[in-house]
Ligand binder design. Structure first.
Ligand SMILES: [Zn+2]
Length: 77
């Protein structure tokens, strides 16, 4: 238990804020969960829980469809 407490608990950002439905129109929020190439950041890195990761993925896909987010941004070289 002490071991567990010592580490920073990786709480999913949406659980923390008690967000149930990911606002897919909030591109600034969604962009935080995509890397510079427009890919969705994996759960292991973002710390998002399974439930919200699934919601997030759908939100990002919806946002892409609405041209809020790019499908794949230009690769910066
Ligand atoms: Zn969550």
């Amino acid at each position: 238990m002490a071991e567990f407490d010592r580490r920073r608990k990786r709480v999913c950002r949406f659980c923390e804020d008690k967000i149930d439905t990911i606002p897919y129109l909030n591109d600034r929020l969604l962009r935080r969960f995509t890397n510079e190439r427009g890919k969705i950041v994996p759960r292991r890195i973002s710390g998002t829980c399974a439930f919200h990761q699934r919601r997030l993925t759908n939100a990002i896909k919806r946002a892409r469809h609405l041209a809020i987010l790019p499908f794949a941004s230009e690769v910066y070289r």
